[in-house]
Write a protein that binds this ligand. Structure first.
Ligand code: HEC
Length: 218
């Protein structure tokens, strides 16, 4: 009798253990399934953005290696419509001497389109690059019927040449290596550690929100 109770006890305990295991594992695997595609989606996104070496860098990166002589050669595509010597005549397009750093539509008296002159701010390296990549996209309705230059290095060379004709502005700083690596997850941790040991709390505190931002995305 005693023995029977013990056996019954163990059977019961075993049954409970088996039941709770199946409940737990059911929960575990069930919860896992709907998450899976989401997780994969994010991982693929991450892989794309970090492995996407073909994605364009900011123009400052290309400007760091810009070749003014190469830019002068590229400017041949522009001479049908533009002069760039100081005091040069307007053609189909305005004279471009010193345009970089000046307002959109910088030549007084040239019949610019509203599309261009209504853009606030001055020409700088970034917006000049966007403009030369696709004038139509940058200023929909512009009179400049030039398709654009898709290669960022060509634009950088050309802009360096434009800059050398009467503007001579300092090139923008390429993004700091810290910012560049902060996007990749693995180096960011090392950076964080390095930053934490180098300086006090400030850089680590700056990086921390980035880490928590990344967490809910997964
Ligand atoms: C087919 C003629 C044509 C070609 C080719 C052309 N442009 Fe233009 N460009 C124009 C016209 C027209 C305007 C005025 C646009 C407007 O008012 O919408 C203009 C405007 C500009 C401006 C703005 C100037 C300012 O005062 O704000 C820049 C900069 C410029 N062009 C650079 C270039 C460069 C660099 C090239 C060569 C890669 C080039 N363009 C090729 C016709 C041309």
């Amino acid at each position: 009798m005693d023995n029977n109770n013990t056996i019954a006890g163990w059977v019961l305990a075993g049954a409970i253990a088996a039941l709770s295991f199946s409940i737990l594992s059911g929960k575990y695997f069930h919860a896992d399934k709907p998450e899976r595609p989401e997780t994969m989606g994010f991982e693929i996104e991450g892989v794309e953005s970090s492995a996407g070496g073909s994605a364009e860098e900011p123009i400052s990166v290309y400007l760091a290696n810009a070749d003014i002589a190469a830019g002068e050669a590229i400017f041949k595509k522009c001479v049908a419509c533009h002069t760039i010597n100081q005091g040069g005549a307007n053609g189909i397009g305005p004279n471009l001497y010193g345009a970089l750093g000046k307002a959109h539509g910088h030549v007084p008296g040239f019949a610019y389109s509203e599309a261009l002159t209504s853009i606030p701010g001055n020409w700088d390296f970034e917006n000049m690059s966007e403009w030369l990549q696709s004038p139509r996209k940058y200023a929909p309705g512009t009179k400049m019927t030039f398709a654009g230059l898709s290669k960022p290095q060509e634009r950088a060379d050309l802009i360096a040449y434009l800059n050398a004709q009467g503007s001579n502005l300092p090139y923008p700083e390429p993004p700091a290596p810290e910012e560049a690596t902060a996007e990749g997850e693995a180096p960011a941790e090392g950076e964080e550690a390095a930053a934490a040991t180098e300086d006090a709390a400030a850089p680590a505190a700056e990086e921390a929100p980035a880490a928590t931002e990344a967490a809910p995305a997964e």
